[in-house]
Design a protein around this ligand. Sequence first.
Ligand code: S3P
Length: 439
Amino acid sequence: MTAADIKPRFRVSPGGRIGGELTVPGDKSISHRALMLGGLATGQTEITGFLAGEDCLSTLRVLQALGVRIERPAPEHVRVHGAGVAALRGSSAPLDMGNAGTAMRLFMGLLAPQPFDSVLIGDESLMRRPMERVAAPLRQMGARIETREGRPPVHIRGTPGLQGIDFRMPVASAQVKSAVLLAGLGARGRTRVSEPAPTRDHTERMLRAFGVQVQREGASVSLEGGQGLTGTAVRVPADFSSAAFFIVAGLIGAEQGLLLRNVGVNPTRTGLLEMLRSMGADIRLHPHPGDGAEPTADIEVHQSALRGIHVPRDLVPLAIDEFPIFFVAAALAQGETTVRGAEELRVKETDRLAAMAEGLSVLGVENHLLDDGLWLRGGPGFTGGQINSHGDHRIAMAFTIAALAAREPIEIHDVANVATSFPGFLALARAAGLTLEAT
Ligand code: S3P
């Protein structure tokens, strides 16, 4: 399913039983990184379980535009023929990152130390997203980068000879951390990034798998510039952020249980599990022994009665992409739920706090939008109605799952971007027990 052939609207019938065994597609964050590090490395990088979603395909095409030879023996199997960082070539055309914030921000770090210029663009949503958070530390390293009032297009004047920095991130962002570390690889001396709160650590783990020495001390991670990468095999686990939709679906409707296979359960990604368990969710993990760089597990979910919670602030970065579906679960929990310290949700593919507040109101859920979060009062179910996803894949999928607890059909508009992170969502949702059609 690609953005071109998916229909722009989902119509989901109310109710349904959830069950069986599912494998959701590969992890988006890890697929982006495997491609990029493969492109910087010397030698072959064999990626299996690759996410064939539009975001990662944007990264793949951008690397090809930079001169990296890439084969795709199967949709989820990618072979990158890395010729080392010196083999990258500038592209005369702008590099189009599509809807992918991760691609744009990580490429900013990767491209800043190269000897050629680059222009980075994206779709309508990405052209509105903040890029100064990455441009500012890169400039401190000596990079020459211009944005348009903080947003794309991003013009990078390639500047070999950047200088490593000691950077304290003002926001807890894995994308900023990763961009600075990637620039640090091409800089003189040591680059150190300190995080105000833990964020996903896929870049650090994968750099080590490519032979780079990365040091972690408390809240800081650092590396010495000039280290070469060696191509390797990367097995991409199923994406926890995609599994999250079916975890909540299972909590709503899996009387006999639902099993999600081979899901990445890196602890910097699974804040949602802690949140749901503290609400009373019956979720069991069956870890796989002897995994590679990333831990994986089968996740078993059973229908559960939930209670509302005040989400601890330190869990927010560890569940940052899961709030749309979390709010659906919270709206079905007894009592009040509050999320604070989540202002980052306002600068995702859309303003996810506003989009969720709007959609929940349509479905009859009492809620208040806060500057940095959302308050809501849970209840037994949803009405039906017309939902605007604002072109955001995770908003669209969250409200699709909500229909399991609705009294009338839910129609979700502007769903083409589901293909950015979750190709095949429609078929898997049907296989799990939802009744939905694309119209
Ligand atoms: C990502 C980091 C997160 C997340 C995004 C993917 C990554 O963004 O929301 O979907 O792959 O590093 P921030 O770093 O802006 O929090």
